[in-house]
Design a protein around this ligand. Structure first.
Ligand SMILES: [Mg+2]
Length: 232
């Protein structure tokens, strides 16, 4: 069984800064200060990590569980609105070819499609909604499963194992930043990096993924990397 874990931001969708905006507004409402997300490099980071950075900036200490939950919930309450606005203004886009690839992979009997994302699960579902992508992903590892991506990916693989007990699992990780690649490699999975998102191409190439693509347009190549014959 092949397990293919997709990152969300910059890989499955580009949400036009909806996440950052929702978090900035949440932080401003809670801490009374604008600009708390400015300058934080969010690409490839987990929501939990980002929330901790924002809280530390506002309060000068690490958040308690209650602090963290408060910020998370405030963010998730604002996210549907900022995503809706990004859609309305044409800033929410799916990279060309990604939906066709996902749809194709979903038809494969020996493929389990999952998410490997730093987004909180509810945030992930909110971001995927307008693109019609939620139905393809029954499980995943999310930002609530750990601060670091490697743990998130391993959690996703464990959930895949529950769906496919017995037999060997071959896990692939698809993402747009060096963080996706290093986490996938650390977990022992095959890594595929794609230049549709937020990392400079040079840095992406330098992270040495097992496979590297500019975009999702060449379906045959992608299927080959997953060991799937393109004609049937
Ligand atoms: Mg990403």
């Amino acid at each position: 069984m092949k397990v293919i874990l997709f990152d969300i931001d910059g890989t499955l969708v580009r949400a036009g800064g909806a996440g950052r905006k929702a978090l900035a507004r949440a932080a401003e409402a809670l801490y009374g200060r604008p600009g708390l997300t400015e300058g934080i490099d969010m690409a490839g980071r987990t929501d939990a990590w980002i929330c901790r950075q924002v809280f530390r900036r506002a309060r000068g200490r690490a958040p308690s569980v209650a602090d963290f939950t408060e910020l998370r919930d405030a963010y998730l309450r604002r996210l549907p609105g900022t995503v809706r606005k990004a859609v309305a203004e044409g800033r929410y886009v799916l990279p060309a070819g990604v939906k066709a690839l996902v749809r194709r992979l979903a038809k494969e009997r020996d493929v389990l499609l999952g998410l490997g994302t730093g987004n909180f699960e509810r945030g992930a579902r909110i971001k995927l909604g307008p693109g019609g992508l939620n139905r393809f992903f029954a499980f995943g590892g999310f930002g609530c499963d750990g601060l670091d991506r490697c743990r998130i990916l391993k959690t996703a693989a464990r959930r895949a194992r529950r769906l496919a007990p017995g037999g060997k699992l071959e896990v692939f990780v698809v993402g747009d930043t060096p963080h996706d690649v290093s986490a996938g490699r650390k977990a022992g999975y095959t890594t595929v990096a794609v230049g549709t998102g937020f990392a400079p191409w040079k840095e992406l190439a330098a992270s040495k993924p097992d496979h590297l693509a500019r975009d999702f347009k060449s379906m045959g190549r992608w299927l080959g990397w997953f060991g799937i014959a393109s004609r049937r």
